[in-house]
Design a protein around this ligand. Structure first.
Ligand code: ZN
Ligand code: ZN
Length: 51
């Protein structure tokens, strides 16, 4: 199997790829982990913002 190149953001609604040194693609997602957002608001291009 490959390594951890596909490091998806840990925010459950976010479809972005996080940097190798972080579980989240942005500070938005990191801050949102304790909230019950209905959509991702990281505003990254390509983020679907929902499941
Ligand atoms: Zn996102
Ligand atoms: Zn994210």
């Amino acid at each position: 199997m490959a390594d951890t190149k596909n490091n998806k953001c840990a925010h459950r609604l976010c479809s972005c790829i996080a940097p190798a040194d972080s579980k989240y693609c942005s500070t938005y997602c990191e801050a949102a982990k304790d909230t019950t957002d209905i959509a991702c608001g990281c505003e990254h291009a390509g983020c679907t913002g929902s499941v």
